[in-house]
Each structure stands twice: as C-alpha cells, then as structure tokens.
Design a protein around this ligand. Structure first.
Ligand code: AMP
Length: 199
C-alpha cells in the first residue's frame, strides 16, 4: 500500500505512522526525521535544511522532493510506503504523483488527522524527545516557532486537503481521540481499501 499521513504538527502523525507501517509491512518515511538525522550528522543536506527548520519554515521543495525521490527508490519502499510529513505543498504532491505514475503506481489513500489548534499548541509545548539519554524539547517546538509552523501548515499544507478530496483519496480522522482509538479507525478504513482493491 502507498499511503500518505496528513495533518498539522502535533496531530499524532509520527505515532500513527509507526503503528500503521508496522502492520502494513511497509517503511514509515518521515521527512522531518530524515532532515533531523541529517542536521545531527552535519551532512550537506542537513546544513541546507537547518535554517529553514529552526525558523519553522518549510525546506524548499527542490531539496525536499529530491530527498524523498531518493528514499522512495530504495528497495524497501518498492512494495509500498507510508509517508509522514510529505507532501506538504501542492507542488510536492504533484511531483509525488508524477514520480509514482512514472513507476506505474499511484497512492492508495491519504489519511488526515484532524486536531484543533488549541490542542495542538498544548501538545507541542509539552512534547519532549529522547536525545542521548535525556528528554529535550525540539528547537522548533518552542512557542514562537510553533506559531509559525501552524501558520505555515495553514497556508501551504491545508490546500492539500481539498486537492486530495478532489481525487477521492482523502479519509479524515478525529486526532483528539486516544492513539489506540485513532488507530482502530484507520485500520478499519485500510481494511476496506484493501478489500476494494482485491475485488
Ligand atoms: P516534522 O518533524 O514533520 O514536523 O518536520 C520538521 C521540519 O522539517 C518542518 O518544520 C520543516 O522545516 C521540515 N520538513 C519536514 N517535512 C517537510 C516537507 N515535506 N517539506 C518541507 N519541509 C519539511
């Protein structure tokens, strides 16, 4: 299956991505994680991406699309994938569609996690991650950057909801439910999707 997880920062995409990808037996590909690994590793890509990430902006499409194309060409993604955090602009979605079409593939579905802004701010300000044995706050989870990231989501990523709706790919889920509840609903949708594909 080829699946995209869509939703604002803090909606729970990362948590769902891990569970769903595990069940589907496909890799969970998080562009944010790949960028962060490159920033930590001080690679050329990391150096290019860092200033955008720190400011809460999107990394330019050319850089991001090239990175994702490279990742999707790896053997483990041949049979399917779950994309977490990509696409985030219409241009990225168009490029993804073109790349998949070239390979004779298409997306099976787009899963959107819906969470109101107040709850997102609450979640992001309390979020910590484990780095070298310590719980630390992500630089871009600081209050000012969170505001910026939510504005960027609203302006640049939200238009994808209508775009994918128009292609009859979009399924929406209430992301304020517990992770298990969200997952149960997603699983039911994916099961229906699989049945449809087999019929
Ligand atoms: P995330 O972990 O998904 O919240 O991503 C963290 C940061 O990485 C974002 O705020 C962007 O700066 C960058 N990033 C991740 N995915 C993308 C993407 N698809 N397009 C552009 N920038 C991205």
């Amino acid at each position: 299956m080829r699946v995209v997880l869509l939703g604002p920062p803090g909606a729970g995409k990362g948590t769902q991505a891990q569970i769903i990808a595990g069940r589907l037996g496909v890799p969970a590909i998080s562009t944010g994680d790949i960028f962060r690994a490159n920033v930590s590793g001080e690679t050329e890509l990391g150096l290019q991406a860092k200033s955008y990430m720190d400011a809460g902006d999107l990394v330019p499409d050319e850089i991001t699309v090239a990175m994702v194309k490279g990742r999707l060409a790896e053997p483990d993604a041949k049979g399917g994938f779950l994309l977490d955090g990509f696409p985030r602009t219409i241009a990225q979605a168009e490029q993804l569609r073109a790349s998949l079409t070239d390979l004779g593939h298409a997306l099976d579905c787009v899963l959107e996690l819906v969470v109101d802004e107040e709850e997102l701010v609450r979640r992001l300000s309390g979020r910590r991650m484990l780095v070298e044995g310590q719980m630390v706050q992500r630089e871009d989870d600081k209050p000012e950057t969170v505001k910026k990231r939510l504005a960027v989501y609203h302006d640049q990523t939200e238009p994808l909801i209508e775009w994918y709706k128009g292609k009859a790919l979009l399924h929406r889920f209430d992301g304020t439910r517990t992770p298990d509840e969200v997952h149960d609903r997603i699983r039911a949708t994916l099961a229906t999707k699989r049945l449809e594909d087999e019929l």
